[in-house]
Design a protein around this ligand. Structure first.
Ligand SMILES: Cc1cc2nc3c(=O)[nH]c(=O)nc-3n(C[C@H](O)[C@H](O)[C@H](O)COP(=O)(O)O)c2cc1C
Length: 303
């Protein structure tokens, strides 16, 4: 899905919702059993599947439903293309049709990709950094599964110099967040602070749960950071596979860079000698988005 942006996704959702609303209205007026009504019903089924894929909805469709949707969407793309040839001048109708065609194309690609990939590859390809969450809380069973996935990460010499702390306490999350922002605001270089301010001013983007991965220095120096990355990625992928949106939060370390560091370490029950390595934000996205585009130039194969 590398060629599409978050804006393309947003626009496609709007285009599909408008197409659905139009079909729902048309359906009422059409005669039962008529070819027009059959086509509208077929389109509606396909558009709902397309919308679910683009919104990364938790609703899953069986293979037959996806295959039927693919057929209808491909046909709808052809129809859009044909209609588009009639528009010479730009205008709102043309724009609407172009957006609809693009939404159908994105959905077709997503549905096809889902059919071709195994579950692990699908999860890897759909994980993205979510920077805006609803108030919906992640359930305990999902949190336990995500933390356990973290613990299943490899570590050099199996040292496991890590400890995962899942924070559900909203007051503590808010306290850490304001301390982190305070520390960042005092940096001579305001770039990071301004960046977070431009994203709403919240270090944790309203995530209902914040998992902190605490680490202890290992030998050779810095080796614990490699292990930390593996824990975090296991957690992020486990979360994605469970439909829990997530984001790494390296900036969480700044909550522990001021005068409240010891207090937080105590409240969070970090084991002796452990410091905050990274945060993993967990929640449900306000708006779905897409991961960064993989740059295939960064792979070299030597035959
Ligand atoms: C070690 C690490 C720390 C990160 N810290 C933050 C962070 O504090 N805040 C944030 O919004 N994103 C953070 N990210 C997410 C990256 O910005 C994101 O992975 C990157 O932009 C690629 O986007 P994608 O994850 O959606 O593909 C971090 C990622 C990594 C690997």
């Amino acid at each position: 899905m590398e060629k599409y942006t978050a804006d393309d996704f947003r626009e496609s959702i709007r285009a599909l919702e408008s197409a659905i609303s139009k079909c729902e209205k048309a359906k009422i007026k059409l005669k039962d059993g008529s070819p027009q009504k059959k086509w509208v019903n077929r389109q509606l089924e396909a558009f709902y599947v397309a919308l679910a894929f683009i919104k990364k909805s938790k609703k899953k469709y069986v293979r037959e439903e996806c295959a039927a949707a693919l057929g209808t969407l491909e046909l709808s793309i052809q129809k859009c293309k044909k209609m588009l040839t009639r528009f010479i001048e730009p205008g709102s109708h043309k724009t609407l049709l172009e957006r609809r065609r693009k939404a159908f194309e994105i959905a077709v690609e997503l549905i096809k990709r889902e059919a071709e990939m195994n579950d692990t590859l699908k999860t890897i390809a759909t994980r993205y950094s979510c920077r805006g969450y609803t108030d919906e809380e992640v359930g305990d069973a999902d949190l336990a599964a995500i933390a356990e996935a973290g613990l299943q990460a490899p570590s050099g010499m199996n040292r496991q110099n890590w400890h995962i702390v899942v924070v559900k306490n909203k007051a503590l999350i808010a306290e850490m967040e304001s301390e982190g922002m305070r520390v960042l605001s005092e940096f001579p270089d305001k770039a990071i602070y301004n960046r977070i301010m431009s994203r709403g001013g919240k270090l944790f983007y309203n995530a209902s749960r914040v998992a902190l991965i605490a680490v202890k220095e290992a030998f050779p120096k810095g080796a614990e950071l490699i292990d930390l990355g593996a824990v975090a990625q296991n957690m992020a992928l486990a979360a994605t596979s469970l439909g829990v949106d997530n984001c790494y939060c390296g900036l969480a370390v700044f909550c522990f860079a001021g005068s409240k560091a010891d207090e937080f370490r105590r409240k969070l029950k970090f084991p002796e000698g452990y410091g905050c390595g990274l945060g993993v934000l967990l929640g449900y996205a306000k708006e779905p988005s897409a991961p960064h585009a993989p740059d295939k130039e960064k792979v070299t194969v030597i035959e």
